[in-house]
Design a protein around this ligand. Structure first.
Ligand code: SIN
Length: 286
């Protein structure tokens, strides 16, 4: 199949496109690889339906964008340590939902992931959609004064709230039936990142903060930082900056973690949802 057969269909005004005309299980030509990369830079999150991928095939798709980031704290598949099983069992009911808070992946790292590939092995009969927001559109819609203020600011990020020594998952009742999260003191470390990040491919500026991992602004205590952060989160998740993807078994998403946040909706109690995620290594935010 040639790259000319690939077509992209935007699913919302702000971000997100479905890509058709490609079987990701086949070895891809250079033009096909380039078309997929370009689609991601253009749409920030791209979706493919009806794919049939082995774990090795999934790792190969992630390899289009670079090396693999090995996810800490979340126990990976025994057979493929670079793939995490994201599974909510029917018995997990409404108690447990991985990814159910707006976030960008692993911004507690010095070099947070460039992106992720999420593949649906089993979708519930309804619900379990994932929401995404465009953090560049959110930044562009701020006033000039707010943009200039934020441009010079630095935020402190940490895995503390989820995976730290006193984090959410230290309570065993918060663990899912089939997933295992291993919090540790490693999660308590702080990492500095610019609040406004310039995308290395497009040079667009976007907000680079999120409610799970951003703790506060550098040089400002929590009580001063949090109201500003709350304003920015409420602003960023406005419906016009969002898209929503309804999963079907065999569907696959690739998102650019540098300019988006995502949120997994927990509305399918009593049903199983099973995904595999491969996370792509990134660089130092600037
Ligand atoms: C994640 O946050 O990586 C999981 C998203 C999802 O399962 O919808």
């Amino acid at each position: 199949m040639r790259a000319e057969t690939i077509a992209t269909y935007p699913i919302a005004g702000a971000l997100g496109a479905e890509v058709s005309g490609i079987d990701l299980a086949r070895p891809l030509s250079n033009p096909e690889t380039e078309a997929i990369r370009q689609a991601l830079w253009n749409h920030k999150v791209i979706f493919f339906r009806s794919q049939s991928l082995s774990p090795k095939g999934l790792l190969r798709v992630a390899g289009i964008f670079g090396g693999i980031y090995r996810v800490p704290f979340v126990r990976a598949r025994d057979d493929f340590p670079d793939i995490i099983d994201i599974v909510k069992e029917a018995e997990d009911d409404n108690k447990y939902n991985f990814g159910g808070v707006w976030h960008s992946d692993a911004t507690f790292e010095a070099c947070p992931p460039m992106g992720s590939v999420l593949y649906c092995l089993e979708s519930p009969p309804h619900g379990g959609d994932t929401l995404f927001v465009n953090m560049e559109a959110a930044y562009a819609a701020l006033s000039d004064v707010m943009k200039t203020t934020l441009d010079g600011m630095v935020a402190l990020h940490s895995a503390e709230r989820n995976y730290g020594s006193g984090g959410y998952f230290t309570d065993d009742k918060k663990q899912g039936v089939s997933m295992s999260i291993e919090p540790s003191a490693e999660g308590d470390k702080l990492m500095e990142h610019p609040v406004v990040r310039t995308h290395p491919e497009t040079c667009n500026k976007g907000l680079f903060i999120n409610p799970i991992y951003t703790m506060r602004f550098k040089g400002m205590p929590t009580q001063e930082s949090q109201p500003i952060l709350n304003f920015l989160y409420n602003h960023a998740v406005r419906p016009e900056f969002q898209c929503r993807f309804g999963w079907t078994t065999g569907a696959l998403a690739i998102w650019d973690n540098r300019c988006t946040m995502h949120f997994s909706i927990n509305d399918y109690a009593g049903y199983r949802r099973h995904m595999n995620r491969v996370t792509i290594a990134g660089d130092r935010p600037r």
